[in-house]
Design a protein around this ligand. Structure first.
Ligand SMILES: CC(C)(COP(=O)(O)OP(=O)(O)OC[C@H]1O[C@@H](n2cnc3c(N)ncnc32)[C@H](O)[C@@H]1OP(=O)(O)O)[C@@H](O)C(=O)NCCC(=O)NCCS
Length: 159
C-alpha cells in the first residue's frame, strides 16, 4: 500500500464498517468509531510505522478491492488488525489471498491473532475456515464500542 491508496482505503473501511457493524453496534457508534479510526491522516501515519504492514488488493483498473493491515503488539505478537474486502468481492477468494499475503510477509512467526466483534458471524466463519480458533472472549468493557469481542489465533507451523 502506498500513500496514493489512502483515500480509497479510507472509503473502503468506512463502507465496510457501516455495512458490517451498524447492525451490531448501531449506526451512530459505528460511524463515529470508523470516522475516528479510518481518517486518511491516521491511515497515512500507519504507513510510516515500522510495526505495521498494510496491504491492498488492486483490480486491473487500479481500484482498491481489498485491504489488510497487520501490526506487532507490545508482546511481540503479530495481530491481523484489519481485513476488509469490498462487498462485491465477498466469496471470491480475495480475502483468502490477502490473508495469505499477510502470512507470507511474516514468514517465521509462531502465530497470527486477531480481534473480531461478536456477531460478525461471516468474519468468524471465514477465520475458522482458515485455521483460527477462539482463545479469549473480551467482556463488553474491553471490547470494541462497548461490545464483546473474540480473540482468535492461528498457530503457524515452524519451517
Ligand atoms: C470477513 C471477510 C474479509 C471475509 O471474506 P469473504 O470473501 O466474505 O469470505 P468467504 O466468503 O470466503 O467466507 C465467509 C464464510 O462465512 C459464511 N457466512 C456468510 N454469512 C454468514 C453468516 N451470516 N453467518 C455465518 N456464516 C456466514 C460463508 O458461507 C463462508 O463460509 P464457507 O466458505 O465455509 O461457506 C469479508 O466478509 C469482509 O470484508 N467483511 C467485512 C469486514 C470484516 O468484517 N472484516 C473482519 C474484521 S475482524
Amino acid at each position: 500500500m502506498t500513500e496514493q491508496d489512502v483515500p480509497a482505503v479510507s472509503r473502503l473501511l468506512g463502507q465496510s464498517w457501516r455495512h458490517t457493524y451498524s447492525p451490531i453496534l448501531g449506526a451512530e457508534t459505528t460511524a463515529r468509531l470508523s470516522d475516528e479510526k479510518h481518517a486518511p491522516e491516521r491511515l497515512a501515519a500507519e504507513l510510516g510505522d515500522d510495526n505495521k504492514m498494510s496491504f491492498v488488493a488492486e483490480r486491473a483498473d487500479g481500484s482498491i478491492a481489498g485491504y489488510a493491515m497487520a501490526a506487532m503488539n507490545d508482546q511481540g505478537e503479530v495481530m491481523l488488525e484489519r481485513l476488509h474486502v469490498d462487498k462485491s468481492e465477498f466469496g471470491t477468494g480475495l480475502a483468502a489471498d490477502l490473508l495469505h499475503a499477510v502470512l507470507a510477509a511474516h514468514a517465521g512467526i509462531p502465530s497470527l491473532a486477531l480481534e473480531v466483534i461478536e456477531g460478525n458471524d461471516r468474519a468468524i466463519a471465514f477465520y475458522r475456515r482458515h485455521g483460527f480458533e477462539v482463545v479469549e472472549r473480551r467482556a463488553a468493557a474491553h471490547g470494541v464500542g462497548g461490545h464483546p469481542s473474540l480473540i482468535m489465533r492461528r498457530l503457524l507451523p515452524r519451517a
